[in-house]
Design a protein around this ligand. Structure first.
Ligand code: 6R9
Length: 692
């Protein structure tokens, strides 16, 4: 049976379950080991409902303590970091229940620290000065660079000094629009060093999206580069920033300084458009500053960064993370979920423009003093084996990526993988969307040679770090399940009335109580924070995801239950795409739904009603797609435009997305009751136009 392919060493598997056991060797060396022999799973009724499977091991003891005594559990861990002054009174205080007043979460309040100091100075003092912090691999094979921890600190200090010199102070926002160059983590750390709040905008966002974020957080400076090479293409980032700054100025937000790194591999400075006075070449100023810079000490609850993410309404939300809890949480989750050891070489393919790049390219690994690979390019350029070429080149031991990449490499064929050794690999990771069991098995059997556990980490921009994740070696895995909660996390599944359901069930995924990495507010809009996350199910944090729990207590994430779609692991609000489409002069109305997509997980499917008198054409289709690319970014371009003479609406005018989803996925016999529609005839019209 297929189990034979995955049963390892001396491990045993139960007949009826699709369990993948860690090998004896892996488990024995793991930070959280599992019992040596596991042959059956008696149920322990005393355990929290989210863990019905008895593992009677280190994990269980630690998990129990983290729930029963969160203050003790987390303060023990936090004590391993450097605090200028320890937190006062209590370790945390929280109110997650809107019925008891405003939602408020605080961890280590009164503790004075600095995350950059903990990432760099602390590790250097502990003897890691000459250890590689960052390996940088360029888009083009053969071009690379690296920085040790002490070299990285010097670079960070120079930029921090420059930022201070131009007047950036504690609490000021800095917008960062950089690709995956060494300068990106350097910039994040430099901001953190002086208490400035970085807001990294993924360098695939359009000028309009960038402008919107500039207007929202009013940065003291924008940091970018002139251009970048991604695969065979050169992208002129400075042009995008220029356009964004024109836009934001129209909304009354002007930015005085645009620090621009000259990325000579992509474009020379003489080819870069320039605005004298505002624009400054990084290379002309930053290296002149001293290589040491005093730390600005901040409160644990002072903001560290803002990261905009999509929600179910049009305007992106500025997710705000603070310093102390985020530091402790990202470091701890990184260590346990990847079974991190000091000799590991870690590569996460995410861009620092997303939360994964914040928590698990930059902060989490660096707080652990890890060797980190930073890759500028596209994972299949110049050939489909590039990832494994990089794995072999740097002897990567932990490889963390997204299911969409796994699926596309799987389609390219095993030969591109098998050509490379990959014998350094030890742990694999997945993030961004549910990983389907067949992609999971390919990742496990082909990439990991049936040797490396897969950490399928479920979490969100809002959660700061992993929430439900395997701990490699600690328990058997089930392909496609994120398994069990991390320490201190209490996931609950509720029904539509907000009542917790236990045992084998499915429903809405919520979290009870806070954890150190939780976001504290939406920038400038605490009310929206409460309404979106805490009002739907009072007493709980609502994740927006559906989830089921099986008889063994394993968690299976089933996708978003709100109007957010997940395309290649990128969160996109349907409302954002709709508002981009209707801004097109020939579009009267638009409704966007997600449909299953073989590689991307979900694709974007747009129903579009045209203005009276306009008829559809291939040219118009292209121009609508271009509008979305220009307003949001290429990653949000609709996969399908479905011409719609009308949209199915209730008598009160609400678009019935349930019906649109069925039409989009061609499940035409499952349309359900259409009698409540204002004009039931539109459904037949839409079906008739499905393949136009
Ligand atoms: C880290 C990140 C969050 C949404 C989340 C969920 C989906 C992320 C997942 C997963 C199933 C996993 N998601 N990881 N679904 N299994 N391992 O991706 O943050 O961009 O904010 O997206 O992504 O739907 O709600 P973010």
């Amino acid at each position: 049976s297929h189990l034979n392919a995955v049963i390892l060493g001396e491990a045993l598997a139960s007949e009826e379950d699709d369990l993948v056991f860690p090998s004896h060797d892996f488990s024995r060396q793991a930070l959280i080991p599992s019992p040596q022999k596991v042959s059956f799973f008696p149920f322990f009724f005393l355990l929290p409902p989210s863990i019905s499977l008895s593992l009677w091991n280190t994990y269980l003891e630690m998990y129990k303590r983290s729930i029963e005594d969160p203050a003790g559990f987390w303060s023990d861990i936090a004590s391993q970091f450097y605090w200028k002054q320890r937190w006062q009174d209590h370790v945390y205080s929280e109110n997650l229940d809107v019925r008891n007043g405003n939602v408020k979460i605080e961890w280590f309040k009164g503790g004075i620290t600095n995350i950059c100091y903990n990432c760099l100075d602390r590790n250097i003092e502990a003897g890691l000065a000459d250890k590689i912090a960052l390996y940088w691999e360029a888009n083009e094979p053969g071009i690379d660079a690296s920085l040790t921890y002490s070299q990285l600190l010097q670079r960070v200090c120079q930029l921090a000094n420059y930022l201070k010199a131009i007047g950036v102070k504690k609490g000021d926002a800095v917008i960062v629009y950089l690709p995956m160059l060494l300068e990106l983590p350097i910039t994040m750390l430099a901001c953190a060093r002086i208490g400035a709040v970085h807001s990294v905008v993924f360098a695939g966002f359009s000028s309009e999206s960038l402008a919107q974020r500039i207007v929202d957080c009013k940065p003291k400076a924008v940091i970018t580069c002139n251009a970048v090479k991604r695969g065979p293409k050169t992208i002129n980032l400075k042009d995008i920033v220029d356009a964004a700054l024109v836009e934001s100025a129209k909304d009354g937000v002007s930015v005085d300084v645009c620090l621009t790194y000259e990325n000579q591999l992509a474009m020379k400075r003489q080819d870069t458009k320039w605005q004298e006075g505002r624009d400054i070449w990084w290379e002309d100023v930053v290296p002149k500053y001293p290589t040491t810079c005093d730390v600005v000490w901040v409160d644990a609850e002072d903001p560290l960064f803002l990261l905009y993410t999509s929600g179910s309404t049009g305007k992106p939300k500025g997710v705000l993370h603070t310093t102390g809890g985020y530091m402790v949480y990202t470091a701890t989750t990184f260590k346990y979920a990847f079974d991190y050891k000091p000799n590991d070489v870690y590569w996460c393919t995410a861009d620092c423009g997303w939360i994964t790049g914040h928590s698990y390219v930059t902060y989490g690994p660096m707080l652990n003093g890890a060797k980190i690979v930073l890759f500028e390019g596209a994972p299949n350029y110049p050939h489909p084996g590039r990832c494994w070429d990089i794995v072999d080149k740097y002897k990567v031991t932990i490889f963390y990526t997204a299911p969409t990449l796994v699926r596309s490499l799987m389609r390219d064929g095993d030969e591109h993988v098998k050509r490379f050794s990959r014998k350094s690999l030890r742990v694999l990771g997945s993030v961004g969307e549910p990983i389907n069991p067949s992609a999971w098995r390919w990742f496990f059997n082909v990439v990991g040679d049936s040797r490396c556990p897969i950490s399928d980490t479920w979490w969100q921009t809002e959660t700061g770090g992993f929430m439900i994740t395997p701990l490699p070696g600690a328990w058997p895995q089930k392909p496609g399940s994120a398994t069990f909660p991390f320490f201190g996390v209490q996931p609950v599944i509720v029904d539509e009335k907000g009542v917790e359901i236990e045992g084998e069930c499915s429903g809405y995924l919520c979290v009870k109580s806070s954890w150190p990495g939780a976001f504290r507010t939406l920038y400038g809009d605490h009310e929206r924070y409460e309404t979106t996350y805490f009002k739907p199910f009072p007493g709980y944090y609502f994740t927006g995801d559906g989830c089921s729990r099986d008889k063994d207590g394993y968690h299976w994430l089933t996708g978003r239950v709100d109007d957010v779609i997940n395309v290649s692991g990128h969160r996109i609000g349907t409302a954002e795409v709709e508002s981009a489409l209707v801004s097109h002069p020939q579009c009267a109305e638009a409704a966007v739904v997600g449909v299953e997509h073989e590689i991307k997980g979900q694709g974007i499917y747009a129903f579009v009603t045209l203005v009276e008198g306009v008829s559809y054409s291939e040219e118009l289709r292209k121009s609508l797609i271009l509008t979305v690319r220009n307003q949001i970014g290429a990653f949000a371009a609709p996969d399908k435009i479905h011409w719609a003479p009308g949209l199915p609406k209730t008598r009160s005018g609400k678009i019935m997305r349930r019906i649109l989803r069925k039409i989009a996925s061609r499940q035409l016999d499952e349309l359900g009751d259409t009698s409540t529609l204002a004009e039931p005839g539109v459904v037949d019209q839409l079906i008739a136009l499905a393949d136009c």
